[in-house]
Design a binder for this molecule. Structure first.
Ligand SMILES: Nc1ncnc2c1ncn2[C@@H]1O[C@H](COP(=O)(O)OP(=O)(O)OP(=O)(O)O)[C@@H](O)[C@H]1O
Ligand SMILES: [Mg+2]
Length: 316
């Protein structure tokens, strides 16, 4: 990995008998989006709280941008931004006042403060509502403002703890796009979620956390490969069952095709790598004079990986 900006080493957190985090280690490269994916109570918030200096680890440490979260918590705070799971806003004052308050807490003053607040409002899509009280905001607007607060001091790495829970689809879309936009500008992101679709869409790498332990990590492809499942290509072709079977038999001879068979008027091809096998499959069918009316690729997903690793479903 090129220059990790975060190295978590054997993090543990015990609350009396409760072992919330039990030996979590991972690294995040500068410029990466890393997601911690896990069900309720897995230890996501506890891990983030240790990384951001809110909780002292029972054991272990993390180095962020060269500083230890245990030894140098104040230096770490200068380079990180935090978007907590529980919304941290004052409802009785306006969005702009909330941002100004937090900006001052970060040591911003005068023109810089003014500009950063305006930029944060713009990023959150709240410029028009800047001078309304937060108590009048929807859940999604509060979430967006919560994120804006975490970005005011331009951190190198931002920690976002389940920022899309319980909000409308438009706000969720906006937040996911914001994460991508920030990352495209060079920001490193640690994102936690229990929605596998979000982890799949956003992440360069994913750590799957369960019962306080990282049970697997890697890119989406690396993780799904562990399940050993195949991509399924479903082709709707304009031919009778008999012709479909004949096509399937000839496709089975192509390299990279594990299985090919007919099913309900569809031609099903299973392969470790749909992208690689699709061009020869299409060429073969075209040559045989078979018209393809539609095509769908289904890759093995994180749900399958979680089920494989834990025997349980990830969904609530
Ligand atoms: N202050 C605390 N005192 C005692 N137990 C705690 C405390 N904080 C967390 N826990 C426990 O530690 C475990 C991990 O909790 P944590 O909040 O880190 O999970 P999470 O992955 O963030 O879950 P969620 O998706 O529900 O936010 C849970 O069993 C929780 O009940
Ligand atoms: Mg949590």
């Amino acid at each position: 990995m090129t220059s990790p900006i975060l190295v978590a080493q054997d993090l543990h957190k015990h609350f009396g008998e409760v072992k919330a985090v039990q030996g979590v280690s991972f690294q995040i490269a500068a410029g990466e989006i890393y997601s911690l994916l896990g069900p309720n109570g897995a230890g996501k918030t506890t891990t983030i709280s240790m990384l951001t200096g809110l909780l002292t680890p029972t054991r272990g440490d993390a180095i962020i941008d060269g500083y230890s979260v245990v030894e140098d918590a104040n230096r770490v705070k200068e380079v990180i931004g935090v978007v907590p799971q529980e919304i941290a806003l004052y409802p009785s004052i306006t969005a702009r006042e909330n941002l100004s308050f937090w900006g001052k807490m970060y040591g911003l003053r005068g023109k810089t403060l003014h500009e950063r607040v305006a930029a944060a409002l713009e990023l959150a899509g709240l410029t028009e509502r800047a001078d309304d009280k937060v108590s009048t905001f929807s859940g999604g607007m509060k979430r967006r403002l919560n994120i804006a607060v975490g970005l005011l001091h331009r951190p190198k790495i931002i920690f976002m703890d389940e920022p899309t829970v319980g909000i409308d689809p438009q706000s969720r879309r906006r937040i996911l796009d914001t994460v991508k936009q920030l990352n495209a500008q060079g920001m490193t992101v640690l994102y936690t979620t229990h929605y596998m679709e979000e982890a799949e869409e956003l992440s360069h790498r994913i750590g799957i956390i369960d019962h306080g332990k990282l049970i697997a990590q890697g890119t989406l492809t690396e993780l799904t490969r562990r399940v050993g499942e195949l991509d399924t290509v479903q082709l709707y072709v304009d031919s009778g069952e008999h012709a479909i079977e004949a096509c399937a038999a000839s496709l089975r001879k192509l390299p990279g095709v594990d299985k090919a068979f007919g099913e309900n008027g569809h031609l099903i091809v299973q392969t470790p790598e749909a992208n690689a096998v699709l061009p020869p499959v299409i060429a073969h069918l075209t040559q045989a004079g078979v018209a393809i009316k539609s095509l769908r690729i289904q890759e093995p997903d994180l749900e399958a990986v979680f089920l494989h690793l834990t025997g349980r479903a990830l969904r609530d």
